[in-house]
Ligand binder design. Structure first.
Ligand SMILES: Nc1nc2c(ncn2[C@@H]2O[C@H](COP(=O)(O)OP(=O)(O)OP(=O)(O)O)[C@@H](O)[C@H]2O)c(=O)[nH]1
Ligand SMILES: [Mg+2]
Length: 281
């Protein structure tokens, strides 16, 4: 099921989170490294107050490593503990455990057991991170946002880890944020045509990642310099997204690009930088 973020859902997520926060000593805030700003919930800091926190830039394998480095500096400068992570492979798990140890020893020296909560917006990889830490498939992982229901504690050494409810609601402050959340698959906005979404995204990629885009689809500089509509037609034609009569099926072409992006085939892409935030599409 896809979450539409109506006020009712938001209120419920907030209620659930408020109910579990007193149980927790340490928070792992999972974000999507491709949209480190838009995948955070600005209300969280106020809710967790001075609790120990680690910010994970998850799905770092899909993000532009140069920009990830900028985000790490940005968060460190703000006094946060931050780490890039891959919830799918568990790469950097040892670094995460070391960071948990460091933050825990620092902030919770007198506690024998640290109760840790994994929180984040839909589909950012909370369950994947939990399973890595627990070293077993304790929580269900899936493509669809909002998959995890109910509360789960998992024990591991001196850690007790809570999977959910750790669902945060994305703050969709403007249309651009909505587009970014939709592109990475975090929300499924109604009234947004796939073709329109991907045309907007393509023109952003043309400006920001032209070489990667050209390389993956085998397009020349001239094609990349076209408007996004003829570019999408060119991609569709090249990839055989055709309908009866040999014309390009634009929806299929858009879905192909979207899928390629989500699988990381277009190469690492980050949609927002700490320096020039907000990035314009
Ligand atoms: N490439 C990549 N995919 C990841 C990573 N972490 C998680 N995923 C994938 O992202 C999707 C969502 O992961 P989950 O762990 O289910 O995310 P969640 O935050 O628990 O999702 P909900 O419970 O539905 O809100 C799955 O298809 C995962 O395999 C990562 O670091 N890299
Ligand atoms: Mg989950």
């Amino acid at each position: 099921m896809d979450i539409q973020w109506y006020p009712g859902h938001m209120a419920k997520a907030k209620r659930d989170l408020k109910a579990v926060l007193p149980l927790l000593d340490l928070i792992i805030e999972v974000t999507d490294a491709r949209i480190p700003f838009s995948s955070r919930n600005p209300d969280l800091s106020g809710l967790i107050k001075k609790k120990a926190r680690i910010i994970l830039l998850n799905k770092a394998d899909l993000a532009d490593p140069k920009v990830t480095t900028q985000w790490i500096s940005y968060y460190r400068a703000a006094g946060e503990s931050v780490l890039p992570f891959n919830g799918r492979t568990g790469e950097k798990l040892a670094a995460l455990e070391a960071l948990i140890d460091q933050v825990g020893s620092d902030k919770l020296p007198q506690k024998p057991v640290w109760r840790l909560g994994v929180v984040g917006v839909p589909n950012c990889g909370k369950s994947s991170v939990l399973n890595r830490l627990a070293r077993r498939s304790a929580a269900r992982v899936g493509e669809k946002p909002g998959l995890t229901r109910g509360r789960q504690w998992v024990k591991r050494g001196n850690l007790e880890i809570l999977d959910t409810p750790g669902l945060l609601w994305p703050k969709i402050a403007d249309a651009e944020t909505g587009l970014k959340l939709a592109i990475v698959g975090m929300i499924n906005p109604e009234n947004l045509e796939t073709e329109e979404l991907i045309l907007t995204f393509l023109s952003w990629l043309q400006k920001n990642y032209p070489a990667q885009l050209g390389h993956y689809y085998g397009l020349g500089a001239e094609e990349i310099a076209e408007a996004s509509y003829p570019l999408l037609l060119a991609i569709g034609k090249r990839r055989g997204c055709l309908q009866k009569g040999g014309e390009v099926n634009l929806l299929r072409a858009a879905e192909l690009v979207w899928n390629d992006f989500r699988l990381g085939k277009l190469g690492p892409v980050t949609l927002e930088k700490p320096t020039a935030y907000p990035v314009s599409f």
